[in-house]
Design a binder for this molecule. Structure first.
Ligand code: GLY
Length: 349
């Protein structure tokens, strides 16, 4: 088991280990006392892990109510958020009660936002059950729902009181969902840690998954401690994401976020080298790591379409954006580029 302390506007532990879901109740009692909890999860995760989470809380003396929503990105909406908050109110949760986000990124982001809003803020616990949530979205306090105009446009920075990651939950993930998380792991390696990159690039990761998650969380902990509110260094975590958002949109969201990030990293590396922004060409190494981890390396979209979407995402022309450039493997930098340069970047898709 690994415990990583996050020191942001709130201090909390991220605990990673096999079989630790059964300790959820005792951990919550020590943080909040014997209050009440709403467990929020989706229709995929509920049959797998809801009973165990509920039992652990109930055995520790915490009363629970459950809110289960339809699995999928479409549920990350103002409508589901509002249903959840109404549910909290109907069940008379008070400020000494708390929420448990049992699931992947959609669940964690939405429960975090609901917790920040209900009664002007109740505590919440993240229990990530996907690799992507474990290494990225459950840590650092970014919460959000989607608007019609785009993803994650309504949200808040609101830190959880605890993150509890039981690695058994990753054993029930379909291969493509596991691979989505590996795209974020590869991303941490390219941005911050060549040893991590080398360790995961063969794709032989499952036996070491606890250490790999812990390393990613340490890296995220460090960047969040420096820049919780995303004004500077935290933007490095957007490596591969500028083109990824365009790829997701151009595919009508048929290409998953992780797959889009995988392709976006290849484009960013290739473009950065070709345009003279990188000291070293990391493209081939990233391609190999993606392939070995069942991730794609290219997309057939028209470069102008990709750039148009990226530009409309930025909702402006004539400005600049911070583009994340892999300087050498294990070290990325932010480079301010004119937004129109995204047309040049997209050529390297
Ligand atoms: N997922 C990127 C961040 O938390 O900043």
């Amino acid at each position: 088991m690994k415990i990583i302390n996050v020191d942001a506007s709130k201090k909390y532990d991220v605990i990673i280990g096999e079989g630790i879901l059964s300790t959820l109740g005792e951990k919550c009692v020590s943080l909040f006392g014997k209050g009440r909890a709403v467990i929020v999860t989706d229709s995929n995760v509920a049959p797998l892990w809801l009973d165990e989470a509920k039992k652990s809380l109930n055995d520790a003396g915490i009363e629970t109510v459950e809110f289960v929503f339809a699995a999928g990105e479409e549920s990350k909406s103002i409508e589901t958020l509002s249903e959840l908050i109404e549910f909290m109110a109907e069940n008379r949760l008070t400020r000494s009660d708390f929420a448990v986000a049992l699931g992947g990124g959609v669940t964690g982001d939405m429960v975090g936002l609901a917790s920040s809003l209900y009664l002007r803020g109740i505590e919440f616990v993240q229990v990530p059950t996907t690799l992507l949530a474990a290494v990225d979205s459950s840590v650092g306090g970014k919460t959000a729902v989607n608007l019609k105009a785009g993803k994650n446009l309504m949200g808040a920075f609101y830190q959880p009181a605890l993150v509890l990651c039981d690695t058994r939950t990753l054993g029930t993930l379909p291969e493509n969902i596991f691979a989505d998380g590996m795209a974020e792991v590869i991303k941490y390696g390219v941005i911050f840690d060549k040893d991590l990159f080398d360790k995961v690039s063969s794709g032989d990761v499952k036996n070491d998954i606890e250490d790999i998650i812990a390393r990613c969380v340490e890296l995220k902990r460090d960047v969040v401690a420096k820049d919780e509110f995303d004004k500077g260094d935290r933007q490095l975590l957007n490596f591969g994401h500028t083109m990824a958002h365009s790829i997701e949109k151009c595919s009508n969201f048929e290409i998953s976020h992780g797959s889009a990030v995988a392709i976006g990293m290849v484009i960013a590396a290739r473009a950065s080298h070709a345009l003279g922004w990188s000291d070293e060409d990391s493209t081939q190494a990233i391609i190999e790591a993606n392939k070995n981890n069942n991730l794609p390396v290219e997309c057939g979209f028209d470069p102008a379409d990709l750039a148009d979407v990226a530009l409309s995402d930025k909702k402006r022309t004539g400005g600049t954006i911070n583009f994340v450039v892999p300087k050498v493997m294990g070290e990325c930098v932010l480079k301010k580029i004119p937004v129109e340069d995204l047309y040049k970047v997209a050529e390297y898709r």
